[in-house]
Design a protein around this ligand. Structure first.
Ligand SMILES: Cc1ncc(COP(=O)(O)O)c(C=O)c1O
Length: 357
């Protein structure tokens, strides 16, 4: 950051943006990257470059943040929301495959699949990638929550045609606000960069032949991102240590469950997420959340599934019960990389205090 100021590269773009892009591409083991103003912008550009337009359908995980789905609507497309698998909390590959098969038979394949890596854990991306190839449907991996995770020995962001990253305020690497689009398709990334820079044609004056967006990351924010990316391994270790400490502190309580870690990969445990069965624990998820809030500790329910969101009423949903059940019982606990043992113990103490026999 000091370098960005001293060299007076405070404008958009600059040497730290280029270096950040290279380092992110290396981290994701892909050929190219463009740094952007948000993960939402990355989803938007991925869908735009896929050719999603009015009337097109896009299959997407229902248990996610709205930013995975909203950009489908920016382009006039229609989301189709697919339930998750209780074993991974990520999109259920069997449901996805059945939906693709029935759509192939009906001649109504979607334009794309957006597979989300939830709370630091990759979706079951190998079979999902294979089925998307088989049906010739573009796969976009929304790895906004999973930088640093792996699946089948490959880094989050490396599956499908495009990977989406976010550096929003709560992410494991944060620039305050920011994101990136990664891909092995170098030409597609160059095109994304063009759209992100107001679709400015190569000319000495300002000339535009297409509609663009102001989606690029600034040099200063890229410098912040670079500093943090260089410590990603430590950050992942800290998040995983948070998880282990919560398991040690709460794992013996009846009715408390933890997000399972899938055998195909390593989760960053970006957020430690628990489920609370009110019958055996003696209090509901909401009662526990309010007890934490009374102690000035913020904890949030899991993502409310997109098919339960008023704005997506009317969208087709495939399954839905698994994510509804998780939303009903799930709670994200404080999980920052800098959480201290004392802070941690306070959370554990309050949750334990809610247990009734
Ligand atoms: C799964 C998922 N996708 C996309 C985004 C959007 O990222 P951003 O906030 O950088 O726009 C987020 C989080 O913010 C997210 O959790």
């Amino acid at each position: 950051m000091a370098d960005a100021f001293e060299s007076n590269w405070v404008a958009p773009l600059g040497p730290h943006v280029e270096a950040f892009e290279r380092e992110l591409a290396d981290q994701c083991r892909v050929a190219a990257c463009t740094a952007l103003s948000s993960g939402t912008a990355a989803v938007h550009l991925a869908l735009l470059l896929t050719g999603v337009g009015p009337g097109d359908e896009v299959l997407c995980s229902t248990l996610t943040f709205a930013a995975s789905v909203n950009p489908v609507c920016y382009l006039g497309g229609t989301p189709v929301l697919v339930d998750c698998d209780a074993a991974t909390w990520n999109v259920d590959p069997a449901l996805l495959e059945a939906e693709l098969e029935s759509r192939a038979r009906a001649g109504r394949l979607p334009k794309a699949v957006v597979a989300v890596d939830l709370y630091g854990q990759c979706a079951d991306l190998k079979p999902i990638e294979a089925m998307c190839e088989r049906f010739e449907v573009v796969l976009i991996e929304d790895a906004a929550e999973a930088l640093g995770a792996t699946a089948y020995g490959r880094p989050a962001g490396s599956f499908g045609r495009f990977g989406v990253l976010s550096f929003n305020g709560n992410k494991i690497v944060t620039t305050g606000g920011g994101g990136a689009l990664v891909s092995n398709d170098v030409a597609a990334i160059a095109r994304a960069r063009f759209f992100a820079t107001q679709a400015r044609d190569p000319a000495p004056h300002y000339q535009h032949s297409e509609i663009g967006f102001n989606y690029r990351l600034s040099n200063i924010l890229a410098a912040i991102g670079r500093g943090q990316l260089s410590t990603l391994g430590r950050r992942v270790a800290a998040r995983r240590a948070n998880f282990d400490r919560y398991v040690a502190g709460l794992g013996d309580l009846p009715g408390i469950g933890f997000m399972p870690e899938a055998s195909y990969g390593v989760s960053t445990r970006w957020l430690t997420t628990i489920t609370i069965d009110p019958d055996s624990f003696g209090a509901t998820r909401e009662e526990v959340r309010l007890a934490l809030e009374a102690g000035n500790i913020e904890a949030r329910p899991l993502w409310k599934p997109m098919h339960l969101q008023p704005v997506f009423t009317g969208c087709r949903v495939v399954g839905g019960k698994v994510s509804e059940h998780l939303f009903d019982r799930g709670l994200c606990l404080p999980s920052g990389s800098a959480l201290t043992p004392t802070q941690h113990d306070r959370v554990v103490e309050i949750v334990r205090g809610m247990h009734r026999t």
